[in-house]
Design a protein around this ligand. Structure first.
Ligand code: SIN
Ligand code: MN
Length: 232
């Protein structure tokens, strides 16, 4: 039986890596992780399937399905024009609540006025990686909220100047929350490896890792649909 206050949490304290970048280990309960993992299977069933986005002609090893707005290199659209042209599923209400609780938790506030409108849901098999990059296709600079379920990974969190040092490598485990906003919002980050066989019993994922990032695009349908000439 797993203890309610497991030793693992004592050796993995909450940590602010840089101003605005906060790691909260074990934020989601196992039951919540399993419930989200079940939703992931529904999202992956369509209308837009999981796919590895094509970046400069190379298919990403990480497979993604989006909610609310569809991300493709390097823009957001309502329809997955680089996959099958279908409109992505709406951004669920419960995720808005999870996002607000996450930001409040990370920044130790009572409540947060945070209104994410897109979720990028990533699936990593044991060989998948994500190179160092910035999340900068959003017009808004509101925080990014990241949730991990399944196998652990080594997450590299760097600086806003470039892909190189200084950076910190930390292990994100199933149930962990990571929020980056404020001065850390445009910091480069990536996933250097997945740690096979580390998914905890009961998290709803037997193999691989699910990562969900919630973001505020700052986009409106009117702006996106306007011809380039009309855009300000
Ligand atoms: C991302 O940077 O979009 C994903 C990060 C992660 O998988 O933890
Ligand atoms: Mn990212």
């Amino acid at each position: 039986m797993t203890a309610l206050f497991g030793d693992d949490l004592m050796s993995r304290p909450r940590r602010e890596l840089a101003p605005g970048a906060v790691h909260v280990p074990g934020w989601l309960a196992l039951e919540q992780q399993a419930w989200i993992a079940a939703r992931f299977r529904e999202w992956a069933a369509g209308p837009v399937p999981l796919r590895g986005a094509s970046v400069r002609g190379h298919e990403m090893s990480v497979k993604t399905v989006c909610l609310g707005w569809h991300w493709q290199p390097y823009k957001y659209t309502r329809e997955a024009t680089d996959v099958n042209g279908r409109r992505v599923l709406p951004f669920p209400d419960w995720m808005l609540r999870v996002g607000r609780l996450a930001v409040a938790e990370a920044y130790r506030r009572e409540t947060a006025e945070y209104t994410p409108d897109t979720a990028l849901v990533n699936y990593y098999d044991d060989a998948a990686r994500m190179g160092m990059h910035q999340d900068r296709d959003e017009v808004s600079l509101e925080p990014v909220v990241s949730l991990s379920i399944g196998e652990s990974c080594v997450f590299r969190f760097g600086n806003a100047e470039g892909r190189g040092r200084p950076y910190a490598d930390l292990v994100l485990e199933s149930g962990d929350l990571f929020v980056f906003g404020g001065p850390s919002r445009l910091s480069f980050h990536g996933v250097t490896k997945i740690l096979p066989g580390t998914a905890p019993e009961g998290c709803g994922v037997a193999e691989g890792r699910i990562n969900i990032t919630l973001r505020v695009t700052g986009l409106s349908d009117a702006e996106v649909n306007a011809s380039p000439r009309e855009r300000t």
